[in-house]
Structures are given as C-alpha cells and as structure tokens.
Design a binder for this molecule. Structure first.
Ligand SMILES: C[S@@+](CC[C@H](N)C(=O)[O-])C[C@H]1O[C@@H](n2cnc3c(N)ncnc32)[C@H](O)[C@@H]1O
Length: 177
C-alpha cells in the first residue's frame, strides 16, 4: 500500500521500470497506472508466471536481465526496486546496480526503494539491508520521503524510500554510466 502510494506520488506514469517481480503482486497493482511498464527480472520463470497470471497485459513488456548489467536506451520516469538488492553478492554489485539504474532514470524521474532492514538481512546471510543501501542511494539520489514499516513480526520490518534524480550529484565520478 505504501509502495503504491510512493510510486504514484506524481500521478500516473508514462513509462515505469519494475526490478524483480517475483510472483507479480506489485506488478498487478502498478500496471493499471502506467502507460507502459517494463518488468525486469533475472529469473525468466518469474516473468513468465507473472505475465500469465496477469493475463498478458498489453502495456507491460518483460525483460530477462540482471539488474547489475541492465541498460536501456529508454529513460524511465519511475523505477521501483524492492527486496532485490540483498540478493547481490557484495557491496560492489549493489553499487553497480545503483549505477545502472541511475543511468536509465529520467532527469525528473523517481526511484522507489524497499528492503528488509540490515539486522534481518545479516541474520539471513545477505550482504546488506535497507539502512546500508539507503546510504548508498543517498550518495547518488535525493531522498524525498522514507517510510518505516513495522510487520507483525520483526522479520517483516522494512524501510521504503522515495528518491528523485539529483541533477547535480556530488559523487559523479563514483557513478559514471
Ligand atoms: C523477494 S522478490 C521481490 C519481489 C517484489 N519486488 C516484492 O517486493 O515483493 C526478489 C525478486 O528479485 C529477483 N532478482 C534477484 N536478483 C536479481 C537480479 N540480480 N536482477 C534482477 N532481478 C533479481 C528475483 O528473481 C525475484 O523475482
């Protein structure tokens, strides 16, 4: 619910990118508000399952890709990346993925990030959770809003944040396209 509100904070979207759709629960919510939605996932099965479950929506296209290596000639007004970065192998890969997404975000675009928190991610053996990645995102984007979600158990706690593209970011050399 928070994720959709953050995603639509500027109203309906011309072209959005969702990274990592899994079963497509969020894809289903977001697609009706997008003129075009590109859904990218490293697992072809996730895309195929979601595509079928959503009954082949005409405004959605599907790309098998690893976020670390993703590139596109298109620019997206909205990028949503939730519960994906902690699958990457190390911090360098997270940095690569952020760089790739920064390169395809439209100048006036927004990026919505969501993740389980650091403490849980570390307990589960992942490299980094929300707090660590938020710091990295703040080096490249401007954070507009953050939401702290408290789940029924602490395992479900997560942080969501909305960023806008910073035209004059301070560490450009760290994040070339
Ligand atoms: C936990 S699910 C998150 C689904 C959805 N974004 C959500 O918040 O409910 C993670 C998804 O990210 C995908 N994924 C994992 N690593 C990825 C990568 N390197 N590039 C693109 N997608 C990736 C997985 O295949 C899976 O579909």
């Amino acid at each position: 619910m928070h994720m959709l509100r953050l995603s639509l904070s500027k109203g309906p979207v011309a072209h959005a990118l969702e990274v990592g759709c899994a079963g497509g629960a969020f894809t289903e919510k977001l697609a009706p508000y997008c003129q075009r939605l590109t859904v990218m996932d490293v697992m072809p099965q996730a895309l195929a399952r979601t595509r079928k479950r959503l009954n082949y929506p005409p405004n959605v296209n599907w790309i098998v890709a690893d976020v670390q290596h993703f590139s596109s000639a298109e620019r997206f007004e909205l990028i949503v990346v939730a519960e994906v970065f902690y699958y990457l192998a190390d911090i360098a890969e997270v940095r690569d993925a952020i760089r790739k997404l920064a390169c395809v975000l439209a100048p006036d675009g927004q990026l919505i990030f969501g993740s389980a928190r650091d403490a849980n991610c570390r307990r589960w053996g992942h490299i980094a959770g929300a707090e660590t990645v938020l710091k990295m995102l703040n080096e490249r984007f401007t954070e507009i809003e953050r939401v702290e979600c408290v789940g029924q158990s602490s395992n479900e706690d997560c942080l969501l944040a909305r960023f806008q593209n910073a035209v004059h970011f301070s560490h450009q050399s760290d994040f070339p396209c």
